[in-house]
Structure formats: C-alpha cells, structure tokens
Design a protein. Structure first.
Length: 127
C-alpha cells in the first residue's frame, strides 16, 4: 500500500511540475513575441510603409480634388452666361494650378524624405 501512495504522489507531482513548465514556456514565448513586435514596429521598413501610406492618402485627396474641380465646372456649364462661363473657367484654371502646385510640392517633399530614408536604411544603427 505505501508503494501505491508513493507512486500516486509521484504522478501528481509530475503532473503539476509539467503544468508549471508549460506555463513558464508560454510566458517566455509571449515575451519573445512582444520583443520582436516592438523591434519591428520601430524598424525602418515599417516607418517607410507608414510614410508611404500617408503620402498615398495625400495624393488620393489631390486626385479627388482634381476630379471634383473638373466635374463641378462641366455640370453647370450649359446654364451659364458668357461672363459667368469665363469666370468659372478662370476659377477652374486657378484651382487646377493650386492643385498642381500642391502635387509638385508633395513630390519634392517625397523625394527629399526618400533620400533621407535611404541614407537611414543603408547606415548601420548606432549603439
């Protein structure tokens, strides 16, 4: 009988020890995954991707402005007098120049930031 009790205690201790080791392993794996995620969130490709998403949104807004500018002027064109038509044409041309100016400025800023990111990517991180 004492051997049965001793064997039963050994089985129970082994079970709880195995559960403890599995729990520690899970905690270590989670800590490793968190560290990797933190390192990747500050990585240069991630920063570059966020910058490209922002630039994509700005360019999309500029394209929407261009389409709205062209669409608004052509829809009401038939009901205008000659003076109103000329004034609308001038306003449309002015708005087109503004939009193209914004696009050129954005492209120049993009080129400057890309050269800066290329330099940052090619240089090794300082410790």
């Amino acid at each position: 009988m004492p051997y049965v009790i001793l064997a039963l205690c050994a089985v129970v201790c082994t079970f709880f020890l195995a559960r403890l080791l599995v729990a520690k392993t899970c905690l270590v794996e989670k800590a490793i995954e968190d560290t990797i995620a933190r390192k990747l969130s500050a990585a240069a490709p991630k920063i570059e991707l966020e910058r490209l998403r922002e630039e994509n949104g700005v360019m999309r807004n500029l394209l929407i402005d261009m389409v709205e500018n062209e669409g608004a002027s052509s829809s009401a064109k038939s009901q205008m007098s000659a003076a109103e038509s000329k004034q609308a044409m001038n306003a449309r041309m002015q708005r087109r120049r503004e939009i193209f100016g914004e696009a050129i400025y954005l492209l120049r800023q993009t080129e400057k930031s890309r050269t800066g990111v290329r330099i940052a990517i090619t240089q090794p991180p300082e410790s």
